[in-house]
Design a protein around this ligand. Structure first.
Ligand code: DGL
Length: 418
């Protein structure tokens, strides 16, 4: 979108255009930065500058505003929407929502979810230096509103993007349930000719401490690497030194607000992105010829957190009508022995009950204590060191694909996700 006539006049007067470094003096304050393109939500007389910190600000242009050109942009620095066929490898961005896919309305300072494909490039124009950006806004939700239908839509959209020639697919996603979606896609996408990279940000792009730009650029570099898996790319520490690459079925948000909230659990990150360098340290699945998905999922599965004082009536209520039950048990995988008869009944009625640990670190072992052995006898299936949310989506997939089969799908897990 074009700037207003008054703003254009000021820019032209200084011989400056989009991408140039300028200094602007307005109401006695001086700001230096790069001229950003105007966005549909930018106010009429607001000029957007990207500061050297990466922070974007909107400056109101008025009487007495002066503008000086400091340095013209090098050609490759000019932010632009990448037209198709630039010669760079195509990467598809399928935005689902959350902070990473939001932009700032410079009139009000409010953060909004992205509604247009171009919003992503507006926030991080450097993306077009790395790849041909193919951007689609699939949904514009906060990730607590994610559901099975959206996972299925997302998996199908990813397959389509690979069929249309994308080298990799990036899924900007709210961080709250990003781990669940990463695990769901890990099970639904059965064959991948390139990486599927989920990325989020803990701080929105209007804040100096935003991790959005670095995470997105690192995710884009990973999207071009030879990894045939679903991965998550996020800050590895609270400084801006490197991002970690986590396996989609092994990652969890472990802090409400820190930028290094995401951690690989019971395993090491697959690798890191430091500046332009992508280093893969663990064995990863290679690239397949074509993308394929099996998006069948049984949504009627519940995840129950065991706690002291849980009663058989409460447990029955929580699991009533479910086809599958995942218990995030205490310690090695326990729940009050009062619940065992209820579980026996559920299993006898054809309901699958699996056990994970709310400790997260370590593995279930139902052979150590008497409650564990009773639970095994009742038909509970232990999940080893699988995260509860991964066990949830794994059971949803397994019930839809092989309704009659018992036992966690360990072979499938080992081959693709461990
Ligand atoms: N509730 C959050 C979500 O969508 C918004 C913040 C974020 O993107 O992390 O997961």
């Amino acid at each position: 979108m074009e700037y207003s006539d008054a703003t254009k006049e000021l820019l032209n007067g200084a011989g400056a255009s989009i991408g140039d470094h300028i200094s602007v003096t307005t109401r006695g304050a001086v700001q230096r930065g790069m001229v950003m393109p105007r966005h549909m939500f930018t106010g009429p007389d607001i000029l957007v500058l990207k500061l050297s910190s990466g922070y974007n600000i909107g400056l109101r242009i008025g009487e007495g505003t002066t503008l000086v050109l400091i340095e013209e942009a090098k050609k490759e620095e000019r932010p632009s929407s990448t037209p198709p066929g630039t010669g760079l490898p195509p990467v598809a961005f399928l935005s689902t929502g959350g902070t990473i896919a939001s932009y700032v309305d410079y009139r009000t300072g409010a953060v909004h979810p992205a509604v247009e494909a171009q919003d992503l490039l507006f926030t991080v124009p450097e993306l077009s230096d790395l790849c041909e950006v193919r951007s689609t806004v699939l949904s514009s939700i906060l990730s607590e509103d994610m559901d099975v239908a959206l996972w299925q839509e997302l998996a199908n959209a990813i397959v389509l993007e690979f069929e249309k020639g994308a080298r990799g697919v990036i899924v900007p996603h709210g961080t709250d349930t990003l781990g669940y979606t990463a695990a769901a896609l890990s099970y639904m996408l059965t064959s991948l000719p390139g990486p599927v990279v989920l990325v989020g940000s803990q701080r929105s792009s209007d804040r100096p401490s935003s991790d959005a730009t670095m995470n997105l650029l690192a995710a884009t570099r990973v999207a071009l690497a030879p990894i045939g898996e679903v991965v998550v790319v996020m800050h590895d520490s609270s400084s801006d030194d490197r991002c970690a690459i986590h396996r989609g079925s092994r990652v969890r948000k472990m802090h409400t607000s820190r930028r290094d909230a995401f951690q690989s659990i019971n395993t090491l990150p697959l690798g890191y992105v430091e500046g332009k360098e992508v280093t893969i340290l663990e064995k990863v699945r290679g690239l397949e010829k074509r993308a394929a998905a099996d998006t069948r999922m049984e949504p009627n599965v519940v995840l129950v957190h065991a706690y002291p004082g849980i009663t058989p009536a409460r447990f029955s209520g929580m699991t009533s009508g479910a086809k599958g039950v995942v218990i995030a048990g205490t310690g090695l995988g326990h729940i009050s022995s009062d619940i065992v008869p209820v579980i026996s009944k559920l299993v006898a009625g054809g309901v699958r009950v699996v056990m994970t640990s709310q400790c997260l670190w370590g593995s279930t072992n139902l052979n150590v204590y008497s409650t564990g052995r009773e639970l095994l006898q009742a038909g509970v299936e232990p999940c080893g060191d699988m995260l509860p949310e991964t066990a949830l989506v794994e059971l949803m997939c397994r019930l839809a694909r092989q309704p009659g089969k018992r036992g966690t799908d360990a072979g499938h897990r080992r081959e693709r996700h461990e």
